[in-house]
Design a protein around this ligand. Structure first.
Ligand code: ADP
Length: 157
């Protein structure tokens, strides 16, 4: 049976840390769906349509990776997409505390779902979307943290 995983996140923006988790996840799964969760309570910095295209572009030519955006419960979307696995990355114990809680909730919503965690590659551990956002907001070049080039004049709000 085909093994499909959903890799959910805000991806605001999608970083080399995220890219690494997907690339390594490809050795475990037949297909990975990268799901950008749209949370109405959380105002995004990088527009979702732009991020969707940039992420897809960073995996161009790989037909085992798809990018979607969704506004629903992650576990519900996983079930609808035929994904029995949720893929997540762990950088530190703070991530673990949070991931532990949400993986329990996801199993409450969809009993058969299994969350698979990959430990960050050490050189990518310091990268977080919020730090990249802060650097970018104040005019710092962030290319080295991203697996694609940001379009000029994007989303400085
Ligand atoms: P969320 O808003 O759901 O926490 P993020 O977009 O911040 O989503 O992150 C998505 C997933 O990627 C999370 O599991 C997070 O722990 C993981 N992640 C984020 N940055 C890194 C990194 N540098 N290395 C490995 N995993 C990471």
């Amino acid at each position: 049976m085909k093994k499909t995983a959903l890799f959910p996140g805000s991806f605001d923006p999608f970083t080399k840390g995220h890219h690494d988790i997907v690339t390594r996840g490809m050795t475990l799964f037949d297909e990975i769906i990268i799901g950008i969760g749209t949370n109405l309570n959380k105002k995004r910095f990088f527009p979702i349509e732009v991020m969707e295209k940039l992420i897809a572009g960073s995996f161009a030519g790989n037909d085992r990776i798809r990018v979607i955006s969704y506004d629903s419960l992650t576990a519900k979307i996983a079930r609808e997409m035929g994904a029995r696995y949720i893929l997540r990355g762990l950088r530190n114990t703070t991530d673990f505390e949070y991931e532990n809680a949400i993986s329990q909730v996801n199993r409450y919503v969809y009993e058969e779902i299994e969350t698979v965690f990959l430990i960050t590659s050490p050189h990518l551990a310091p990268i977080s979307s919020s730090i990249v956002r802060d650097l970018y907001r104040y005019g710092q070049n962030v290319d080295e943290f991203l697996p694609y080039r940001l379009p000029e004049e994007l989303a400085v709000q």
